[in-house]
Design a protein around this ligand. Structure first.
Ligand SMILES: [Zn+2]
Length: 98
């Protein structure tokens, strides 16, 4: 999508070598092509999802929806609905797998 998707995460160098980091909950962390709706930085994908959140922004330290998912959920607000939860702050420790 953009050049930002090729930025290394931790010590990762190649897109194919994705399974090299873990969060505190034990999910594997993978590079993704998705961008953060808030900072436009690359999101990492958590497998399995953590508390049903599939993406994490290391820069913003939040579990989050993708930019498209966030925009979509806000576009589909029901009458009387004030907003939608698009991210939850959570600090995860991401480190290379041994
Ligand atoms: Zn962000």
């Amino acid at each position: 999508m953009t050049e930002q998707t090729n930025r290394p995460i931790g010590q990762q160098r190649h897109r194919d070598k994705v399974n090299r980091a873990r969060d505190d909950a034990g999910s594997a962390v993978y590079r993704s092509d998705e961008l953060c709706w808030k900072c436009r930085g690359p999101l990492v994908e958590l497998r399995p999802p953590l508390d049903s959140w599939r993406y994490y922004c290391p820069a913003c330290t939040h579990l989050t929806l993708t930019e498209i998912e966030a925009a979509s959920s806000l576009e589909r607000l029901q009458p009387g609905q004030l907003g939608a939860v698009v991210s939850v702050t959570r600090r995860l420790r991401i480190e290379p797998l041994r």
